[in-house]
Write a protein that binds this ligand. Structure first.
Ligand code: FMN
Length: 235
C-alpha cells in the first residue's frame, strides 16, 4: 500500500450514524475482528474482548436503555446536543461490536503511570483498527461511548459482562445510509463539522512549543462550540 492509498483509507473512514438494514457479510466481519489482533497495546497487554450483538431485540433494548440513561445525564448538562448524546444510531446498525477491556491487565503497566489511561488507549487503538478494516469492505462504523456511569451498567447487566471488564465503546457496523443521515438535521451539522480537520500549521511545533500558537481560553471555548460535534446549538 502506498501513501495515497493509506490516506484514501483514512479519509474513507468516517463516523456514520444511520445504517441500511443489509446484513454485514460474515467473512468481512471475521476479517474486521482479525485486524484487531495486530493492534498495538500498552505492554502488549491486548486487553480487548468483543461481544457481537446482532439480535434485533437485543440491539433495540440496548439502544433504548442507553438512550434513557443518557437522557437523564443530559439534563445535568443541558448544553450537550441531545441528538448526539442519546446514541440513537445504535439500533439501526445490523451489527454492534461491544468493546470490553479486562481491567486486571493494567498490572502490565508500571505503577507510576496512569494505568487505566493506558488500558483505554489500547482499546481505542483497537477500535481504530476495526474502523479502518471495515472501511476496506465499504462498511461504515461509529463510536458510541459507554464508559463509566449508568450506561456502562446498563450494557454490563444486559449482556452479562463480568465486573472485571470495562465496557468502553460500542461500535456499530453496517452499510451507510447517507439519505437517512442527511434527512436528520442534527446529523447534517455533525457531518459538516466532522469533516473539519485543524490545519497542520496550527498543530505542528518545531523543536520547541511555539507560544504564538497557544490558543487562548476564549479560542478554546469558541472551538468547542463551533467545531466540535457535542456542543452544538440544539435543533
Ligand atoms: C474516543 C472517542 C469517543 C467517541 N464517542 C462518540 C460518541 O459517543 N458518539 C458519537 O456519535 N461519536 C463519538 N465519537 C466519534 C467522533 O465524534 C468523531 O470521530 C469525530 O466527530 C470526527 O468525525 P469522523 O469520525 O466522521 O471523522 C467518538 C470518537 C472517539 C475517538
Amino acid at each position: 500500500m502506498n501513501y495515497e492509498e493509506f490516506i484514501d483509507l483514512l479519509q474513507k473512514r468516517r463516523s456514520v450514524r444511520r445504517y441500511k438494514p443489509d446484513p454485514v457479510p460474515r467473512e468481512a466481519l471475521e476479517k474486521i475482528l482479525e485486524a484487531c489482533r495486530y493492534t498495538p497495546s500498552a505492554g502488549n497487554s491486548q486487553p480487548w474482548e468483543f461481544i457481537l450483538v446482532q439480535d434485533p431485540e437485543t440491539k433495540k433494548g440496548l439502544s433504548k436503555r442507553i438512550a434513557l440513561e443518557i437522557r437523564e445525564e443530559v439534563k445535568k448538562d443541558p448544553d450537550i446536543a441531545r441528538g448526539i448524546a442519546v446514541q440513537p444510531f445504535l439500533y439501526t446498525a445490523p451489527v454492534l461490536i461491544v468493546v470490553c477491556g479486562d481491567r486486571r491487565l493494567k498490572e502490565a503497566y508500571p505503577a507510576w503511570m496512569d494505568r487505566y489511561a493506558l488500558l483505554r488507549q489500547s482499546l481505542s487503538n483497537c477500535i481504530l483498527s476495526i474502523q479502518l478494516a471495515a472501511a476496506c469492505f465499504g462498511l461504515a462504523t461509529a463510536w458510541a461511548t459507554i464508559q463509566s456511569g449508568p450506561t456502562e451498567k446498563v450494557v454490563r447487566d444486559m449482556l452479562g459482562i463480568p465486573e472485571a471488564f470495562t465496557v468502553d465503546h460500542i461500535i456499530p457496523v453496517g452499510y451507510p445510509d447517507e439519505e437517512a443521515e442527511d434527512k436528520q438535521s442534527t446529523l447534517r451539522t455533525v457531518k459538516e463539522r466532522a469533516r473539519f480537520s485543524r490545519d497542520l500549521k496550527d498543530i505542528l511545533h518545531k523543536e520547541h512549543y511555539d507560544p504564538a500558537k497557544f490558543r487562548s481560553d476564549e479560542d478554546i471555548k469558541a472551538f468547542l462550540r463551533e467545531r466540535t460535534i457535542t456542543r452544538i446549538p440544539k435543533t
